[in-house]
Design a protein around this ligand. Structure first.
Ligand SMILES: Cc1cc2nc3c(=O)[nH]c(=O)nc-3n(C[C@H](O)[C@H](O)[C@H](O)COP(=O)(O)OP(=O)(O)OC[C@H]3O[C@@H](n4cnc5c(N)ncnc54)[C@H](O)[C@@H]3O)c2cc1C
Length: 373
């Protein structure tokens, strides 16, 4: 039977980042098993946004660590492979538009926290936001926040880069290979069953995104994550929206937009163009003049409090998991991958993530992230 030190289930941002981080920690006897293609789950469907503007301190720290990989991408991946996928990181900032006093107060508190951690985020007046994005209709907007280190990129290129660099160091990447079972006895894992045959191992990482509940169930571990469909729309035209348009979010409605190649992509909380258009036309009326070329959807991997679920199972030794990112899992993957690799190799943790443990729900210690887009 084939064997591996570690089997990673899921080839999205989290699985690929974990594989790469394991190689950085000297562990290369790893199999990454993906039932579709790399990034074919939520990762490639995402808006590719990365931000430091969170309300939860842990998410800000995770964001800062993750940004290090995105900002130093060419050197990080180029140290291992000749061809470095271009992640097209447009560091144009995130612009949050706020329309109630309550939102303003919450964002001011978060700004103070972000700034205390070295994040260059700042408050803007509605007029300053309008100067940044002249096409905005500012009706009802009473303030905004902006952080120039935030931005957006190509999530599938990030996955390809991590996976290629990991593979160059010995990680075996299996695509089109579903994990169908996990053999365990007495709380210890023995093997992972896949469509391509079993792999003997004592260490498994569940990085199966919105499907993590099903994967956890294979070994009797309850991971409370559910998939929530979110839609995005692409226009090949940009209506004069600037090349450096910030990723702009109307916080009340959830409508957001950013430039994508020659055009623009946008999305929101609703599932149809008719519903999202209502918010889009109100805030960014130029959207109404643009042809829509394509649309797609993917799952948010939601947790009960909209914060990640990261850790090791209580009852099954060395069954690690990371999911439940609730709309911000792509951008957190670098820090999460590093964290999992540190736990697997029993190294000191760069960032303590006990607050993301699955046990918090049973203890009634929900840790709600308020800035969910
Ligand atoms: C429209 C939209 C916009 C988003 N925008 C952003 C954003 O701007 N920024 C951000 O950070 N996040 C965003 N997200 C959220 C983000 O996409 C996810 O949180 C993130 O991609 C999760 O990564 P993952 O690697 O955990 O999961 P996934 O990318 O879903 O990867 C899990 C993989 O596991 C595989 N798998 C499942 N079961 C098995 C099995 N039994 N055997 C083998 N393989 C299996 C799946 O095929 C899948 O490829 C967005 C999501 C959507 C839908």
């Amino acid at each position: 039977m084939e064997s591996a030190d570690v089997v990673i289930i899921g080839g999205g941002a989290v699985g690929a980042a974990t594989a790469f981080s394991l190689t950085q920690a000297g562990v290369t006897d790893v199999v990454l098993v993906e039932r579709g293609q790399l990034a074919s789950g939520s990762t490639a469907k995402s808006a590719g946004g990365a931000r430091l503007q969170f309300a939860d301190e842990l998410n800000i720290r995770v964001g800062l660590r993750s940004l290090r990989d995105f900002e130093g991408w060419a050197e990080l991946i180029g140290a291992h492979v000749e061809f470095v996928p271009d992640i097209a990181f447009h560091q144009v900032g995130y612009l949050f538009l706020l329309s109630t006093e309550e939102q303003l107060a919450t964002f001011r508190t978060a700004l103070a926290l972000q700034q205390s951690l070295g994040v260059p985020s700042r408050e803007l007046t509605a007029a300053e936001a309008g100067a940044m994005v002249p096409q905005l209709d500012l009706d009802g907007i009473i303030g905004a926040t902006f952080c120039p280190r935030d931005g957006h990129m190509s999530p599938e290129a990030v996955v390809q880069g991590y996976a290629a660099a990991a593979a160059a160091q010995g990680v075996r990447v299996r695509q089109g290979c579903e994990v169908t079972g996990i053999r365990a006895e007495g709380g210890r894992i023995h093997a992972v069953e896949t469509a391509g045959g079993p792999i003997a191992t004592d260490t498994v990482v569940c990085a199966a995104g919105a499907w993590s509940h099903d994967v956890g169930a294979l070994v009797g571990v309850d991971i409370p994550v559910t998939g929530e469909p979110h839609w995005m729309f692409f226009s090949p035209e940009n209506g004069g929206l600037a090349d450096d348009l910030p990723l702009t979010i109307d916080f009340s409605t959830g409508f957001y937009a950013h430039r994508e190649g020659p055009g623009v992509v946008f999305g929101g909380r609703e599932q149809t163009i008719e519903e999202i258009a209502e918010h889009a036309l109100r805030r960014l009326p130029v959207i109404g003049e643009l042809p829509i070329q394509s649309e797609w959807w993917g799952y948010y991997d939601n947790s009960p409090d909209h914060n990640a679920i990261v850790g090791e199972a209580d009852d099954v030794a060395r069954f690690f998991f990371a999911t439940g990112f609730s709309g911000h899992g792509f951008q957190q993957a670098p820090a999460i991958g590093e964290h999992l690799a540190e736990r697997i190799t029993r190294r000191p943790l760069s960032i303590e993530m006990d607050a993301f443990s699955v046990g918090r729900f049973a203890r009634g210690e929900h840790r709600t992230e308020r800035f969910v887009v």
